[in-house]
Design a protein around this ligand. Structure first.
Ligand SMILES: NC(=O)c1ccc[n+]([C@@H]2O[C@H](COP(=O)([O-])OP(=O)(O)OC[C@H]3O[C@@H](n4cnc5c(N)ncnc54)[C@H](O)[C@@H]3O)[C@@H](O)[C@H]2O)c1
Ligand SMILES: [Zn+2]
Length: 684
């Protein structure tokens, strides 16, 4: 890859992670890995300044605004913080400060609370608005939710407060409340929350503030913003905020030198474990507001502040056993069962070992003393093995060869890290997983059944595949635990109602590996009915073979037919063919068909579908007469492709009102044809 390609790839990847982290509150990589990639991007950008982009994740605050709340522009921007990891980093920072300001520098040390950033606005001493950091210039108006947090004063105690000001801080979920919420989820068989930060941030974005009110959130405040505030220093503002009735953290301290900063760090690296909430570092701020003003900001962060990140905590313990977990898709995950040990406030008994390669890489063996680390994830990981303490009689770990749930021999496809249990229709977790997927919101959307009920139904022997759902009766399900007449009826009605779900979603619900929502749509659109999709081309007639006859088998022909559809690759074609030639799957399909599920596109769907835009790629940007979704649907119905960002492969940019200037510039640079909504409609 060229440096440019590398830079673009990293930017895209980091944007995706930002989205998962800030918008979905569901990161897919650890903070450490994220920071490493960001650092890599910064270095590449520094070495190749010609590819500078003001929208790069390296120069932009990572968050985003969501569509669910009113967007509010910040009167004073909200910044991120620069990071440091060592004494040297801090000394370098001090050198940079000294080049800009004269005279002695005092610092305020504060803890870095790990929660969701928030700005509260007060007018005439009354709380009026709470806005998330968003992208730093604008955020989500989450006032109703923040109002439910008891430590946010709705009216200030002091009589003399500025007419108007903002105060910034962090909404955190203390450990105790976090553990309690997870205990409840565990009891209900729900997936556990990963960490207090994501849970706090996710809570703020709930639509129902009465649910937020039940969560034990707290609001810690540490930064004033406004004009002509009666303070000269950061330390004064903390004291003042406290007088006004805010929960300004008591752990902050005024110091005179970087040496004292280091003492503070050393102290709190240990003492923080006794705090009620999670912290991930120390924030050091230049105390004098006048010096702060001289120092100013970079695009992303103040020059007058620096975050120092604590190293993730590691502890050592003994590996007692390796067990294997079967996921809902049949993927096998090896799990380390550990001698219980305390890390950052939680007792850890298990850690993920990821896959066979990881075990081999670490050469980890039962009986080993291992180092366990807990980063931002709820599942800790094993980072190293203490080889000097390895017992003499230890032998290398042999990876499982059979499924622990159904004893089927495991397979590992080429190029894949994970082993799989191939017994899709007979392996209990997979049976449940397939049915859960089938009923899920984006698939058959069956009301009245949750994951827990599926478990009960399977365990009671009432169902073993999704076709069985359609034979269930109220009388059959009533004896299940916690099942009342009303809920039993709801469930059966929900199942019946799902017969109206359109064909493409039925196709998605089948859970054919790699056939996600988009692929299902493509297949539905191409074949128009299940019969056409599962039909195998004629076998060659052996009697009349001549020299030049096509001798490929029906399945080979089907593979070719599938891969000829745009964007259907070998991998998808392969799993589709495996599915349709499997007699057990055929029998299940037959039953679904007889039950009355939608096995073809409806008249309505077929209407208005053309091939007019086949092979054309569109980007839609701005505000239009018709809704954006209708516009996108129109493109897809006519065979076109909609993508979210401009590239050299884009054919048309449909340009609406209020389109951003950067998109415009990019489209011009790439020479992409721009058309109006009207011109697009004329194309059709
Ligand atoms: N895992 C992922 O996919 C992923 C994705 C994006 C970001 N991240 C992580 O998020 C972090 C970057 O996020 P960021 O840009 O919000 O920066 P940051 O969280 O490292 O620092 C800035 C924030 O610190 C908070 N803060 C806490 N205590 C503070 C105090 N006393 N004074 C001032 N501010 C204080 C403020 O909310 C401020 O906005 C990194 O740790 C990164 O690893 C992870
Ligand atoms: Zn199995």
């Amino acid at each position: 890859m060229s440096p440019e390609e590398q830079i673009l790839a990293l930017r895209n990847e980091l944007r995706e992670h930002n989205y998962n982290y800030y918008v979905n509150d569901n990161p897919t990589i650890s903070d450490f890995e994220f920071d490493k990639k960001l650092e890599q991007l910064k270095q590449l950008e520094a070495a190749n300044p010609e590819f500078f982009d003001p929208n790069s994740p390296s120069v932009r605050v990572g968050g985003e605004i969501t569509k669910n709340f009113e967007t509010v522009k910040h009167e004073y921007r909200m910044y991120s913080l620069d990071n440091s990891y060592s004494k040297e980093d801090l000394l370098d920072w001090e050198q940079r400060l000294r080049k800009i300001v004269d005279g002695p520098i005092e610092y305020v040390c504060e803890l870095k609370y790990d929660g969701a950033s928030i700005s509260l606005r007060y007018e005439k001493g009354v709380f009026v608005k709470a806005v998330t950091r968003g992208d730093g210039t604008q955020g989500d108006n989450v006032t109703a939710n923040v109002r439910t947090i008891k430590s946010v004063p709705l009216k200030l105690r002091a009589s003399e407060v500025p007419d108007k000001f903002e105060i910034r801080g962090e909404i955190v979920l203390p450990w105790q409340g976090f553990h309690k919420m997870n205990q409840e989820r565990e009891a209900q068989g729900l997936e556990l929350y990963r960490n207090p930060r994501n849970t706090a941030s996710g809570s703020l974005k709930l639509q129902d503030s009465s649910i937020v009110a039940q969560r034990p959130l707290e609001c810690l405040l540490y930064q004033l913003a406004g004009d002509n505030l009666p303070v000269q220093s950061q330390y004064d503002s903390l004291n003042l905020a406290r007088d006004w009735g805010f929960k300004a953290p008591a752990e902050s301290q005024l110091v005179q030198s970087i040496d004292e900063v280091l003492q503070y760090i050393e102290h709190w690296d240990v003492a923080r474990k006794d705090l009620p909430y999670e912290t991930d570092g120390v924030v050091i701020k230049v105390n004098s507001l006048q010096q702060q003003e001289e120092l100013g900001f970079t695009a992303k962060a103040p020059r007058w502040a620096m975050a120092y990140k604590f190293a993730a905590e590691q502890v050592s313990t003994r590996l007692n056993e390796i067990t294997y977990q079967v996921g809902r898709t049949g993927a096998i995950t090896p799990v380390a069962n550990l001698e219980p040990v305390e890390i950052s406030g939680t007792t850890v008994k298990r850690a993920s070992l990821h896959n066979a390669d990881q075990i081999e890489k670490l050469d980890i063996r039962v009986g080993d003393e291992v180092y366990v680390e807990k980063g931002g994830e709820i599942i800790p990981k094993i980072v190293a093995v203490e080889l000097t303490k390895r017992p003499d009689n230890s032998s290398p770990t042999e990876y499982a060869t059979r499924c622990p749930e159904c004893d089927t021999e495991l397979v590992r496809k080429e190029g894949e890290a994970q082993h799989f249990c191939p017994n899709e229709l007979g392996c209990p977790p997979q049976i449940k997983g397939r049915i859960e997927h089938f009923i899920s919101r984006k698939a058959m959307d069956i009301d009245g059944i949750g994951a827990e009920t599926v478990g009960q139904l399977v365990d009671a022997g009432l169902i073993s595949n999704y076709a069985d759902l359609y034979d269930l009766t109220v009388e059959q399900v009533l004896p299940l635990e916690r099942m009342a007449q009303k809920s039993a009826e709801n469930m059966i009605n929900g199942i019946q109602a799902s017969k109206q779900i359109p064909f493409e979603r039925v196709l998605f619900a089948l859970g054919i590996r790699y056939v996600g929502e988009t692929v299902a749509k493509k297949l539905a659109k191409h074949y128009k009915s299940m019969d056409a999709l599962i039909a195998l081309p004629e076998a060659p007639d052996k009697e009349n073979l001549d020299l030049f006859a096509d001798v490929s088998s029906p399945t080979e022909k089907k593979l070719e037919e599938l891969t000829a559809i745009p964007e259907i690759g070998d991998r998808i074609a392969q799993t589709v063919v495996e599915f349709i030639v499997d007699e057990r799957q055929q029998a299940i399909l037959e039953r679904l068909k007889n039950a009355g599920l939608q096995f073809s596109l409806s008249e309505e769907q077929l209407e208005g579908q053309t091939d007019k835009l086949v092979g054309k790629s569109f980007v839609v940007s701005g505000v239009f007469e018709m809704s954006r979704n209708d516009l996108k649907k129109l493109i897809e119905d006519n065979g076109g492709k909609v993508s979210s960002s401009l590239s050299s492969k884009t054919d048309f940019l449909i340009r609406g009102d209020k389109m951003g200037p950067s998109k415009l510039a990019k489209a011009e640079k790439l020479g992409i044809t721009m058309i109006s909504e009207q011109e697009f409609l004329e194309m059709l």
